[in-house]
Every structure is written in structure tokens, then in C-alpha cells.
Design a protein around this ligand. Sequence first.
Ligand SMILES: *[C@@H]1O[C@H](CO)[C@@H](O)[C@H](O)[C@H]1NC(C)=O
Ligand SMILES: *[C@@H]1O[C@H](CO)[C@@H](O)[C@H](O)[C@H]1NC(C)=O
Ligand SMILES: *[C@@H]1O[C@H](CO)[C@@H](O)[C@H](O)[C@H]1NC(C)=O
Ligand SMILES: [Zn+2]
Length: 454
Amino acid sequence: MSSSLFLLLFLLVPTLMLEFRYHSNSEIEQYLHQVSSANPDITHLYSIGKSVKGQQLWVLALGVSPRRHTVGVPEFKYVANMHGNEVLGRVLLLQLIGELVRGYRDNETWSLQLLNGTRIHILPTMNPDGFDEADTHCLFSQGRFNYNGVDLNRGFPDVFAGLRKQQELNEEQREAEVRAVMDWLRTETFVLSANLHGGAVVASYPYDNSNRGFDLMGVASITPDDDVFVHLAKVYSYNHASMKQGNLCEDSGPFRDGITNGYHWYPLEGGMQDYNYVWAQCLELTLELSCCKFPHWKELPALWMDNKKALLAYIQQVHLGIKGQVFDSSGTPVQKAVVEVEGRRNMCPFRTNQYGEYYRLLLPGTYTFRVMYPGHEVLTETLSIPYGPDQYSAMKHNFMLRRTTSATFHSPADPSSSCNYTLHPKGGSATTRSTWSGLTVGFGLVTLLQSLIE
Ligand SMILES: *[C@@H]1O[C@H](CO)[C@@H](O)[C@H](O)[C@H]1NC(C)=O
Ligand SMILES: *[C@@H]1O[C@H](CO)[C@@H](O)[C@H](O)[C@H]1NC(C)=O
Ligand SMILES: *[C@@H]1O[C@H](CO)[C@@H](O)[C@H](O)[C@H]1NC(C)=O
Ligand SMILES: [Zn+2]
């Protein structure tokens, strides 16, 4: 089909009724532009950077204030197609955009409530270059990697890999797509996220890696927020048409309840979900959504119906737990205050953002919080937390600090003293080109084997 004929057909299709097939990267770009210019009140299109070959990594933000953060409104994200040949997520996220906008335009309560109290960011492809190379085979890995042959889901700093390995790749040497996501995580305070893959049907939760230390429980690598992660994974699997059966694909599983701890399934280093959780205090799942990495296009309508309810229900979980601001003795919201939940020793403590806000996903129950900020007394409060998602809002609670009369409390102000790793890995040792390609080859071999799974 000539491109002009294609363009004509494309323009004739009503904006939100996107046909079920695999759209090229430029078609996706065009669709996102169309949706955003037709709905400027609730959408905002932006790019988080470019792929190695220079393709924009487009994100569509949806919400009643789509251009900027609103205090009290949590930031949510979906990312798809990180592995270029795992393609269902691209289709699902475009359909989801259409559904959210259509629901809002039709005044459907669920959409009005969701977009009123949530800002949703959608990145339909994190690896457009890989997609361009992808084979349509169900299992193989042609197109999985980025243009430099790197598996992006092994390319993030890894808290378990040890400090030396951390610094082997300083930030400038990470892949363009990985850097773009790392920068994105600094720009917005994401609270909840999911990364859509294919090659199995299961909801996988952190950790993916382990240092075989405190986190290891049997064969799983468990976070301090394991109860929340298990709940989140079950929200997806139980709202999906059949994921909870756990045995849908011949070559993976069975998975009890359709969920798994990442490490228990198979350990991996440098994954995105561990990075989101450990460094960016954003809880992220890896959702495997089709046995075949590249399902036949005729299956797409059914696969969308299988996932639609789960995709929406999962977003609503961003309203679990508690949220609010931390104020100093003069009533000013303060950044980098530590908000700790007793019994949950996060490797990097959760801290307030530039608006003094904290968000903490917690199941209903009673929790004791410790809030710390330099020059102020440690504040301890015990609070009962209800289930927020049904109301589209977590419980709101502000913490008011009092200036200390005794010696200054300083340790949590310095990230390095309470968290061994920072969100801004600085410099590190200079890495030579040969080390770099050696690493790439190493990752490549390991992931070649693992790619047979997901
Ligand atoms: C939705 O509500 C708005 C404002 O109340 C109204 O102007 C619009 O016509 C409604 N749309 C539909 C499809 O009912
Ligand atoms: C939108 O949010 C505001 C406050 O955040 C609330 O008062 C209002 O009822 C909400 N509207 C809908 C449709 O949920
Ligand atoms: C962080 O560093 C402290 C000492 O500086 C050490 O005791 C602790 O085990 C380290 N944590 C991790 C996760 O490596
Ligand atoms: Zn994958």
C-alpha cells in the first residue's frame, strides 16, 4: 500500500477506534499526536528521549491536569515493548488510551473518577528500534535487543550487583533507552507502574535479583513490601480473563494464582522493576501477557478483551494506602524528609518529593510511621489505613514536624549514610570500550538463553 493511500485510510478511521493490527512506530506517533490534539484538556504528549537510532520515545499523559503534577494526585505509568519482539503491550496500551478517552468523553463515571484523581503516563514502545527488527516468531529473540544488541531489561543499575559493578557502567554509558527511563523517574514521582512483556502469562513482582542475603526466603527474593506486591500481582491476574489459572502456556509455569516472585521464576540482573522499586520508590510489576511473543493479529481483539479489565483495575491500585505532605516547623512542605513505615526496611528509604509529598502503597491495616527531617524531632504516628482504590483516593494525612531542641538530627539528610546507592550514580570509574563490549556480549549470551522464557 502506498503511504499516501495509507495516510488517507488512517485519517478516515475515527480517531479513537484504532483497528486491531500491529502499527508501525510512525503510525503510533501519528495516532498519539491525533489523540492529543483532539483531547488537549485531558492528554499531553511528550517524549522522554530518543532510541539509539534516534526514534522518539513518546509518552501520552492522561488526566484532568495532564501537563503537570498536582499535589495529591499520584503518578502512574505503563511501559510496553521494552523487548522489541514482545509486541502485544503496544497494542494493548493504544487500545487503553482509546478506552480512557472514550470513557471520559462519554461521561462514564469510572473514567471521570480515574482521570480526575490520577495522572496516567503511557509509553507504548520503549524499544522502537528492536521492534523494527523483530521477527514474528513466538519464541525467538530476533528484535528483543536494542540497536546496540543490549537487553534493556538487563541494563539498569542493580542494587544486588555490588557497588563495583554498579560503577562499571556509569550513567553516560548506559543505553539511550535506559537513560531516558532513568531521567523520567527523576522527573516524576511515580507511585505505581507495570512493564508489559510477552512469552508467558504471569504477573511477576520484585525482586528479580538477590545478593543471597537478607532478602532470600526459600527460593524467592522478597521485598519489605511483599504483601503489597502479592496483592498487586493478584489484582492483575484475577481481573484478567484467565491468568490466575497459571498454566496457560506450555513452556512456562505453572504459576500459583498466575503470579510469581521474579527471582523465584529466574534470577536476572539489571532489571527495570528492581530499579523502579529500590531507587525510585515506584512499585513496578512485570506483566507477561501472551504465550506467543508476537501473536497473530487476528487474536488481538480477544487478547484486548482478556486484559482490558485488569489494565484498568491495576491503575486504580495507585490509590492504595496513604499519601500527604510533610511540613517543617514553619509550615513549609519539605523535600527529602524520610517517611518510614515500621517493619519495612527499604534499601533506600522513601523520601518526600519537591512538593514535600509522600505516597505509600499499603494494604488496609494499622501502621506506625516515623518521619525524619534535619533539625526536627523524629515524629512517630500510628494510623489506621482503609482501602483507597474504591474511592479513587488513598487516605490523606499530613505530618507536621517540630523543631528539635537537642542536637541536630542529620543522618537521613545525607542519602549516602542511609542508602548505599543514590538515584544519581555519579561518574564511577572510567570504562574502556573493550570492557563495555565484553559486558554486552556477556549479557547477550545469558539473555539469549533466558529469552526462550520471556
Ligand atoms: C458530558 O457532560 C458534559 C458536561 O456536563 C456535557 O457537555 C456533554 O454533552 C456530555 N457528553 C455526553 C456524551 O453525554
Ligand atoms: C474530582 O476531584 C475533586 C477533588 O479532588 C472532587 O471534589 C470531585 O468530586 C472529583 N470529581 C469526580 C467526577 O470524581
Ligand atoms: C550499606 O552499607 C552499610 C554500611 O555502610 C552496610 O552495613 C549494609 O550492609 C549495606 N547495605 C547493602 C544493601 O549493601
Ligand atoms: Zn520480555
